[in-house]
Unconditional design. Sequence first.
Length: 396
Amino acid sequence: MSIFMGKRIVLGVTGGVAAYKAAELARLLGKAGANVHCVLTEAASRFVTPASFQALTGNPAWSDLWDVRMPNGMAHIDLTRGAAALVVAPASANSIAKYVHGMADDLLSTLVLARDCPLVVCPAMNRQMWENSATQRNVAQLRQDGALILGPAAGEQACGEVGMGRMLEPEQIVAGLEAFFTPKLLAGKRVLMTAGPTYEALDPVRGITNLSSGKMGYALARACANAGAEVTLVSGPVSLATPAGVRRIDVKSALEMRDAVLRHVAQAGIFIAVAAVADYRPANVSAHKLKKSGATGLTIAMEQNPDILSEVAALSSAPFCVGFAAESQNLDEYATTKRAKKGIPLIVGNLVQDGMGGDANRVVLYDDSGRHELPAGSKDAVAADIVVYLANLLGA
Ligand code: C5P
């Protein structure tokens, strides 16, 4: 289930051109299951209108401290009561300065002062405003006061300048909030993972690979990092962004993946092998592009790749090993046999037709205590459930 489900989030929008992105943020939070209430400053409503936020969230949007719609006239108190967070995005330099000093001269700054929930601030401003020592002092103070600061990012700015000060993209803010809300079940744990396919070269331009998208492995890396683990992800070639806080090592072939894993395994307490590692690689890699040779077919001699997971599990000081079994049939039988053969405590099984390449998955976990089916869902949701199960197993 989404960590946002049923959470009340107050989204404060201050005056900056990035305010238009706050509308998308409100939509994404609502889509993830949050109950979103938006508060705009007077300057924000010069860029965007409360009507957009009301339409996107299904809740009234607020901006006036003297608004009489709240029955007791206490919008500045009541809006954040029961809220999981007050998120200010974009947060202008001026608004940050006000929060640092406890000023309460409009509805949003009064809410910040009167809140009893965490404050999350997503700065957005011109790069000179960001770099100004006053802003830097204020942000440091706000952080010290317990606020979570998400961003800013560097890049092209609306003013035409390039530098630090862009608001994070709405998806990145949602990811940051997700990490913030996730219980830190793996705090202090070091997790080493593999993900994605491998690519076994035949010649400089051709190779043998498979259809693994890497999405399940990346979702699991994100879920482990969200749960407080230090994550190193050895990744085959995929076109996915590295989850925030995850250290990624790019490799191509199974042999490179094995080398990277063996280099880092001594530091790991948990090893999760999600990668779809090629079982075989071409025995000879041609230094030059192979040419067509008449009418005869091409025979490629193959040799077996090492089984990285079995090798790690057999180490004298092996980390807790988790494997994956993607099967097209007989899941229970094949996954159970694989777990025993590889000598690992936990294996995650799925039918390829349920998960490969897509954004959703349905998995069954197999361990000493038997078979445990997890609810089907998005790969992110399934990954979060696997982490909870894993943490319980380690705790027990
Ligand atoms: O034997 P099979 O490839 O089906 O096993 C799948 C599990 O073993 C996955 O966890 C996969 O990442 C891991 N594996 C590995 N090295 C290999 C083959 C599979 O680590 N060469």
